[in-house]
Design a protein around this ligand. Structure first.
Ligand code: SAM
Length: 284
């Protein structure tokens, strides 16, 4: 079957009584140009070990195998998982894992050592899966994923705009995040309500120690929970391990180069990192 032919994909579904499941985000990619752009943008090359979440009918899987990569494909839908290996002609480099990616043991799984993660992620749970993979210490050197356009903009957002949120700040800690291209809703079947974007995450070394990372996540989680509040005021109200007296908060913010009147989305990752290392070095 030609997986970028809408007619053939629809016929296969009808002949096999398969109804794409909205809850599982089953919007299949049916556009050859977009497909090539994703595999090119991901840098898939012969001999690479690639992790794919949600192979569906196998359009990306097939393209990556044809470039000589070995693909481990994790699919939750039993019917799709069971057919994939035979449907793609029993390729040597393909390992199909029938599993819910939300329930994978990522320590064990990513410990297998993937060079890349390349996926057209299911809409509803895509962000969670991405965070599980890209924040893991054994994450692949690069992940290239298709996500809803609005999600992509949030993940790549620079400080300042309302689209900047906790997930983007977290992912940008360990990754350079770049939107490679837009993919129109017409490139999928069934056609989703919104377009998608291809986003690439290039892993980079994080300078924080493990305890400082802990502070980074705690501080940003807290600040984005109170994102309408100014950072100085909200830190003064913090309780538990984040609690400090007002003078110390003022001094730490000044040293981190953060305006106490700034809101969470206006603070750069460099400043968050500096703040985390100062909290790590100060007494609660
Ligand atoms: N890769 C195919 C393509 O590009 O046409 C299908 C992509 S479709 C957007 C998302 C795929 O993820 C579907 O095959 C769906 O069954 C699968 N999926 C949804 N939730 C999943 C989960 N929690 N774990 C693994 N796969 C999941």
């Amino acid at each position: 079957m030609n997986l970028t032919s809408p007619t053939q994909v629809k016929s296969w579904c009808i002949e096999n009584g398969f109804h794409p499941n909205r809850t599982l985000g089953q919007n299949f990619l049916i556009d050859r140009n977009a497909l090539n752009a994703i595999v090119d943008g991901a840098g898939v090359r012969s001999g690479m070990k690639v992790l794919e979440i949600g192979p569906g009918l196998g359009v990306l899987t097939e393209a990556m195998l044809s470039r000589g990569a070995a693909v481990t494909a994790v699919e939750k839908d039993r019917r799709l998982a069971e057919r994939l290996f035979d449907a793609l002609g029993t390729p040597v480099g393909l390992d199909v894992v029938e599993s819910d990616a939300l329930k994978l043991d990522w320590d064990e799984f990513l410990g297998r050592g993937f060079d890349l993660c390349v996926s057209n992620l299911p809409y509803s749970v895509g962000m969670r899966i991405l965070l599980d993979i890209a924040l893991h210490p054994a994450a692949p050197a690069a992940s290239t994923v298709l996500v809803q356009r609005e999600v992509a903009e949030r993940l790549a957002a620079a400080p300042g705009g309302a689209e900047r949120g906790q997930a983007g700040v977290w992912l940008q800690l360990d990754n350079e995040v770049r939107i490679l291209r837009q993919v129109s809703a017409a490139c999928f079947w069934p056609r989703p309500e919104v377009g998608s974007s291809v986003v690439r995450f290039n892993r980079r070394r994080c300078a924080l120690t493990a305890p400082q990372r802990g502070w980074f996540f705690d501080l940003t989680r807290y600040a984005f929970m109170h994102r309408r509040k100014q950072i100085g005021g909200s830190l003064r109200k913090a309780e538990g391990p984040l609690q400090r007296d007002a003078a110390e908060i003022d001094a730490i913010l000044a040293e981190a180069g953060i305006d106490p009147a700034a809101r969470a989305e206006q603070i750069s990752n460099e400043c968050w990192q500096k703040l985390a290392s100062l909290y790590a070095g100060s007494r609660a």
